[in-house]
Design a protein around this ligand. Sequence first.
Ligand SMILES: *Cc1c(COP(=O)(O)O)cnc(C)c1O
Length: 369
Amino acid sequence: MAELNLPLLDLGPQTDALWEELTSAVQEVIRGGRFIMGPNVKAFEQEMAAYLGVKHAIGLNSGTDALVIALRAAGVGPDDEVITTPFSFFATAEAISSLGARPVFVDIAPRSFCLEPEQVAVAVTERTRALLPVHLFGQAADMDPLVDLARERGLRVVEDAAQALGSEYRGRKVGALGTAGCFSFFPTKPLGGFGDGGLIATDDDEVAEQARMLRVHGAKKKYFNEAIGYNSRLDELQAAVLRVKLPHLDEWNEGRRVAAARYGAMLTEVAGVVPPREEVDGRHVYHQYTIRVLDNRRDGAKAKLAETGIGTMIYYPVPIHRLPAYAGQYGSLPVAEAAAGEVLSLPLWSEITEESQARVVEALAWALD
Ligand SMILES: *Cc1c(COP(=O)(O)O)cnc(C)c1O
C-alpha cells in the first residue's frame, strides 16, 4: 500500500477560501479596540438566533459552559438526576456532575449511537429534573418521544448539539427542539472558531435571562451580583471569525453529506464494516463519519490505516460510565460498551475528493483482508 498522507480532518480549504474576510474581520476588531461583549458578539447572537429559529442566543466561552449554564438556568441543581447518554464526549456528563447533580446513563440505539427513548422512559424517577440527549456525530437524537416524555413528566430537555449545528430533525434545527440547545465552536466542530466558544439557544425568556446573568458573574446589573456565576463570555475576536463563517455553514454541511453518501456507496464493497446511516427523518451533518468494524478487527484496522498515512479516530474508546472519573458508580450498558469497541471515524471534510475517499476505502479493504 502506497503512503497516502490523509488526515482525519483538513480545515485548510475553508480557511484559504475565506482568508481575506477572516483576516480583515480580525483586524477590524483589533482596530476597534472592543474585545469583550462588543458589536460582533451581539450581531452573531442575532444571526444564530435567526439561523436556528429561536428567540434567544447567548454566546459563551465554550460548549462545556453552554451545557453547565443551560442546565443550571433550566433549574438543575444538587441531587437532581439528569438522564443522558454514556456515548458522548466527557463534557456532557461532566456538566451535570459539576452542578452536584447525578448523570443517569441509559443505553443507546446501536445504529444512531444516540439515546434510546424507551430506555429513557424507564429511567425517570422522582428526582429526575432534565433529559440531556446528544446529537452525536451530527445526527439528531430521536427527539419527539423525549420531548413528549418531558412534557408528561414535567422535565426540562437540554440538547447537546455541540456536534450538530445545522442538523435537522423532522424539518427543524436541532438545538431548537427542547428547553435549551447547547453548541460548541471548538475549531473542529461544524462551525469552528479560532479558539474556544459556545452558545445556548432557547425560546424560554426565563432560561435566557438566567443564562445571560450566569455568564457574567451572576450579575444582571454590573457590580450588583445576585448569584455565584461564571466568567463565560464569547470572545469578540471569535464572534468576528464565526460571523464570517456562518453564511457558509450550510454549504459545508452539504459537502460532508455528499461525501458521506459517496462513502456509503463505496463501503458496500467492504465486508465486516457497518457504515452509518440516517436513522431519523432529519438531516445528518456528519460531523464524524463513523463506521463500525466488526469481529474485533477495529484496532488492527486502525493501526494498518495509520501505516499507510490515513488518519482515523476512535470516538469514543471508553463510554463515560466506564471512565475513571465515574469508576465503580454504574452498571453495564452493553450497547454503548460494544460501540466503544467497534467505532472508527474516517477522514471527512466538505472538500474531500472522491479520489481520496476511494483510496481510504481501498486501504480499509486491504487492512481487513
Ligand atoms: C465538543 C463537545 C462538547 C464540549 O464543547 P467545548 O466547546 O469543547 O467545551 C460537549 N459535548 C459534545 C458532544 C462535544 O462534542
